[in-house]
Design a protein around this ligand. Sequence first.
Ligand code: UT7
Length: 326
Amino acid sequence: MLRSRIVSTGSYVPENVITNHDLEKIVDTSDEWIMERTGIKERRIVNGLQAASDLAFEASTLALKRAHIKAKDIDLIIVATCTPDMAFPSTACILQNKLEAKNAAAMDLSAACSGFIYGLHVANGMIKSELHKRILLVGTEVLSKFVDWQDRTTCVLFGDGAGAVVLEGTREKRGIYSTHIYSDGNLSELISLPGPGSRNPCSRDSILKKMNFIKMKGNETFRVAVRTLEEVAVKTLEANNLEPSRLSLLIPHQANIRIIQATAKRLNLPMEKVFVNIDKYGNTSAASIPIALDEALQSGKIKDGDYILLEAFGGGLTWASSLLRW
Ligand code: UT7
């Protein structure tokens, strides 16, 4: 049976650290409130010049190096992002050019914070159907350029970063065992970035209405996130006939420590089996899972044969999960 497998990972976060104490100086907030409600201590923010493709390039270069392959050996690049360099060309095409991945088709995928697992779903299908052999999948975000730094309800939550993986086919009993993706466009107003776009083109009025900044109804989003992530985690394990106790690691989207703890509790997983780095990076949307996966691997938390559950939730609304065997 042909499966797809992540053969290498890479990640990159900008050097510039913004702590909760830094934020206390610009909005009416406190380190205590942010830590207690979200688990975030600090986040990384790009310098003014860096865009999503620059972060993606760093993460991808590392993933390619670790896979011992050249960029020209990649035949498809998928970039999951909700903060692309520009509307078009796609960030994937810009990345293809930077990497000199001359033999790769390239496209962006928009599923907000679930983008990486959506990308995994697409890449898995492409490899299993033998349409593509070697895929570079990247989650990259520069959210700091789309948050209103005067809005304490959102500016404390997000950070910038990128994570990349290289996928290939395998006939071994490892790799991606399943992927599950879901959407509910009826709840699209819970998290959005309304402009500029064809609905709200860039104008004096759209700028005055701050449409170029992320809007989120945090508390309602929180409740839907807890419910859907618990459900999707249980469904994914059931689809693979796997007891939660057989999981070696849960790698959840890093949006809020309380959401992560709720899923762990539902699965009866001790927190030692849950990868958490939200304290360092905040919510990096589509980049959060590949960054976490890379850090888990580099720190020796993943061994051959381990079952790993990935899950994410985000704007759209979208949510998604995947079971991997390493
Ligand atoms: O990645 C995509 C998916 N995103 C998520 O899943 C995020 C889901 N939502 C959340 O993580 C949480 O809802 C937040 C962290 C955004 C907010 O936490 P909460 O416990 O839901 O707080 P809340 O929105 O109910 O606000 C409670 C209070 C409010 O004050 P009042 O009205 O009770 O006086 C807010 O104005 O906290 C206030 N508040 C703050 N106070 C200090 C909101 N933001 C801040 C802040 N500092 N940064």
